[in-house]
Design a protein around this ligand. Structure first.
Ligand code: GLP
Length: 324
């Protein structure tokens, strides 16, 4: 997985469409034809309103980005992709994430599933298979602060899924490292992730892969950084000390092995880390930057999170379009 671009100093091959085009003002009509979508995403994106227009040669040139000015539009769009992934490729596990960024996405997914025909809903439930990225060590599934409880509230209950089909690492295992290895084996036995949904930590983590983290790090039990415990303190009464010290997380190895990556980033607080993750050479110091190595990575961001992306670093090989 570690290819030559790990050490390159070249700017990533993608660019932002100017805001005038994103808002539908003059110039928008000059976008590339819709047939040129990111390689490998065609079926998933087919028919969705407000699509990525193009990322030519995406297989060679790393992530494409879709920018939304409307947060609700972003959530609906991502939820549509997740639903479509389950419907089109039920044989491949879906990789899921937790966190505040994902809240409106799961809410939209629940609404969209509700709008399916009873037969389609039943089919979706029958064939559901998802693997979450991570779990805190030491929290029971029933603990409301656990990611298992979060997924039960946001996904399993609203969609009326069989909990056995919604997989998370076992944070209560006696030996969390063994539990991590079992989880990786379970995922491998299920065929590996098809589409992996990712959020972004303020320190550049994906899942709980804290910096520094190599691109080949595998699923493991790891120590959470003070920054992450601070970031996630909200669910623990605002106290970083109350956040567990350890977690089990899929590694960059399992994440980068997914067929497609979908990184979702919202809010001004993440603008800087997103810009670094996409515009600087991949580095262990910024685990999210490894997604640049993935041939089918799509980044979905709101205007605030995308605000520091540097359009002047654009390259002609790939294109991105903002959506009003
Ligand atoms: C958390 C989780 C990640 C999540 C990220 C962003 O610590 N381990 O899976 O995507 O950090 O969280 P949020 O969306 O709440 O900012």
């Amino acid at each position: 997985m570690c290819r030559s671009c790990v050490t390159t100093t070249e700017a990533p091959n993608w660019w932002l469409t100017p805001p005038a085009e994103a808002s539908g003002e003059p110039g928008a009509a000059e976008q590339e034809p819709p047939s040129e979508r990111p390689t490998g995403w065609d079926r998933a994106l087919e028919g969705l309103t407000g699509e990525v227009l193009t990322a030519k040669e995406a297989d060679q040139n790393g992530p494409s980005l879709v920018r939304f000015s409307d947060p609700a539009g972003l959530a609906d769009w991502v939820a549509s992709l997740l639903l479509r992934e389950r419907q089109l490729r039920p044989e491949r596990p879906l990789g899921l994430a937790t966190g505040r960024t994902m809240e409106p996405i799961y809410a939209s997914l629940a609404r969209q599933v509700q709008e399916l025909t009873p037969a389609d809903r039943q089919e979706l439930r029958k064939r559901w298979c998802s693997f979450n990225l991570d779990a805190y060590v030491g929290l029971d599934r029933a603990d409301p602060r656990s990611f298992a409880a979060e997924m039960a509230d946001r996904l399993t209950s609203p969609l009326e899924l069989d909990p056995e089909r919604v997989h998370l690492p076992d944070g209560r295992a006696t030996d969390p490292q063994v539990a991590a290895e079992c989880y990786a084996a379970q995922l491998a036995a299920a065929g590996g992730i098809g589409l992996q949904l990712l959020g972004l930590g303020l320190n550049g983590h994906v899942g709980f892969n804290e910096p520094p983290c190599d691109a080949d790090a595998s699923c493991r039990c790891l120590e959470l950084s003070p920054a992450t415990r601070h970031q996630n303190a909200g669910a623990f009464g605002g106290s970083p000390e109350a956040v567990p010290e350890q977690a089990i997380s899929l590694g960059l190895r399992e994440i980068l092995a997914a067929d497609r990556l979908l990184l979702v980033v919202t809010g001004a607080a993440k603008a800087e880390v997103l810009a670094r993750a996409l515009q600087e050479p991949p580095t262990p110091e910024l685990p999210a930057s490894w997604i640049q190595l993935h041939p089918r990575a799509l980044v979905v961001a709101d205007g605030k999170a995308a605000s520091l992306l540097d359009a002047s670093r654009k390259q002609p090989q790939a294109a991105i379009r903002g959506l009003a």
